[in-house]
Write a protein that binds this ligand. Structure first.
Ligand code: RB5
Length: 152
């Protein structure tokens, strides 16, 4: 099933957001890409505002995944994780990107424009699109433990 993806970031992640959005838009595994900002490299909207807007789209069932870019990939992950039901990770290597979905059923991948090269980020996003969580896997019960804590 093709993915509905939200993309966003602050001005520190603007250049990568634009490049990665293009890649997502031309990928057959993606149904739609929704850009929640920022709209240009001078826009001072803070990273939490963008990250929370993206995460809320997923929490409401209006999107499947989000890709968030800031300077480090850290702030957007922290902010997105404040939205109930959201599991956001920062990852800049192939194994972690894959495991974020397979082990943690994370819906949100965060990266830092000041941390990872653009070409590596592009490869990682392609890999990310190719992995899907298996609810029958042994990881499912562990993710359920996170959800149980959250709904207490
Ligand atoms: C710039 O505001 C920078 O702090 C931000 O992009 C991000 O790296 C925060 O975690």
């Amino acid at each position: 099933m093709a993915l509905r993806i939200v993309i966003g970031g602050d001005k520190a992640g603007f250049n990568y957001k634009q490049a990665l959005r293009k890649d997502l838009e031309s990928d057959d595994r993606v149904e739609v890409v929704e850009d929640v900002g920022v709209g240009d490299a001078e826009d001072d909207t803070s990273y939490p505002n963008v990250a929370i807007a993206a995460a809320e789209r997923i929490a409401k069932g209006e999107a499947d995944r989000a890709l968030l870019i800031c300077g480090t990939g850290l702030g957007v992950a922290i902010a997105a994780n404040k939205v109930k039901g959201i599991r956001a990770v920062t990852a800049h290597d192939s194994y972690s990107v894959q495991r974020s979905v397979l082990s943690n059923n994370a819906q949100v991948l965060c990266m830092g424009e000041r941390v990872v090269g653009l070409e590596l980020a592009r490869v990682l996003v392609k890999e990310w699109l190719g992995v899907q969580f298996d609810p029958q896997s042994s990881s499912a019960a562990k993710v359920d433990d996170i959800c149980a804590y959250e709904s207490d």
